[in-house]
Design a protein around this ligand. Sequence first.
Ligand code: SAM
Ligand code: FES
Length: 412
Amino acid sequence: MIRLLDKLERDRRLTKEEWVRLLAALEAEASGESEGPGVREKSDSYQTQRAQEAPGEDTPARPLSKELTARARETARKTFGNRVYTRGLVEFTNYCRNNCYYCGIRAGNQNVDRYRLTADEIMECCREGYKLGFRTFVLQGGEDPGFPDRTLAHLVTAIKSEYPDCAVTLSVGERDRATYQMWYDAGADRYLLRHETADPDHYRLLHPSAGRPLSLANRIRCLRDLKEIGYQVGTGFMVGSPGQSVETMAEDFVLIQELQPHMVGIGPFVPHHDTPFAKEKGGTAEQTLRCISLLRLLLPQALIPATTALGTIDPAGREKGILAGANVVMPNLSPTAVREKYELYDNKICTGEEAAECRGCLSGRMELIGYELAVDRGDHPSREDAQSRGDHSSHEIQQDRGDHPSRGGGKL
Ligand code: SAM
Ligand code: FES
C-alpha cells in the first residue's frame, strides 16, 4: 500500500480501483488497531501523536495511516509553512428552500427559529472581523429566497469597497450561471459548494428528489460554472454520511482530482435530532483525518479547513486536522444572538463565544501545536500574484471596468 501512497505523491492522482484499495486498507488497519491492545494510542493527546509521528522518527514498520499523516503534514508544511489561514464565517441566514435529509436547518424542520441578518448587521460582523485580523469573510447561508441575489451582490460590493484587501467567499448553494456571474462581477472571490457525494445513488439517499429536487448533475454543473467564471472554488463532502462506502468515497476522490478545486471542505457527518437522519451513526474523527491527509497528498496547494464539525466530535479535532495536513480554520463571526440558530448538527461548538474569543482561542490552540494564525487573505497559491495586484487597485476602477480588478480574466 505504501506504493499507492508513493504513486499518489508522484502523480497526484489514482484510478478509482486504487482509491478503493487504499481507502479499504486504511479502514482495515484502523479497525484492526482498535482491537489490538497496546497498538492503538491510549492517549487522546494530539501532542503525543505528533511526537510519535515527527519526521525523522520513521521506522519501516510505521503503520500506513501514520505514514500517510506524516507525508501529508510535511506536504502542507512545504507549501504553507506553519501558517494557518483564517476565514471569518458569517452565517447570515438560516432560511433554506431545500430539504437535505442530514441538515438541521432544512426547510422541513419546523423547530428552527429562523433569522436573516440585515446588510448592516453583516457589515458590522466584517468590521469586527477586520479589527481581529480576518482578511477573508465567508458569507454562508441556506438557499434563502428572502435574501435576494441582487441584495447579496450589493453587499459583496460594499464589503470589497470598505475592505479592498480582503477576500469575500460565498457559500449559498445552487444558482444559475448568470447569478454566479453577477456575484463574481460584484467582487466575490471564492465560492464554497460541497458536492456532498460523487455517487448519484448515494446523492439520492441524502437529498430529496421530490418537492424541490436536488441532483448531483446540477451540483457538478454549478461547480463547473463557478470555475469557468473564475472563482476560487471549493467542494467537499461529509465523512461517514449514511450510505457512504469506500466505493462512494473513491468516487469523491476521483471527482476532486478531475475538478481540481482550490479548496476542499470535509468534515464528519454529525446527526441532528430534528432530521430524518437523527438516529444514524455519525462519522468519526479518525476517518475524517485520514481523508484530510489523502486530500493533502492529492492537492498539495489546496486550501483545506480543519472544520468546526471535526472540532465538535473531538475536542482537539481542529488541531488534529492541521496536523493531518489542513491549513485553514474558520472561526465564527456571526452575532452570538443567532449562533445557536444555525444548528446544522447537534452540539455544534463555539455558539456562545464572541468573535474575539473564538479567534483568541484558536490562536492559542494553534500555537500549542507549533502553528500560527496568519493575517492574510490566504489565497490559493496559484492566485496569489493576481490577488496582490488587485489589492492595490481602487474600487472606482472596479466599477468602471464592471469587474473585480484582481481578475486577469484567466480561466484555470
Ligand atoms: N446552503 C449552502 C450549501 O448548500 O452549500 C451552505 C450551507 S450548508 C448547511 C453547508 C454544509 O454543511 C453542507 O455542504 C454540508 O456538507 C454541511 N452539513 C449540513 N448538515 C450537516 C450535518 N448534519 N453534519 C455535518 N455537516 C453538515
Ligand atoms: Fe439548505 Fe441545509 S438544507 S442549508
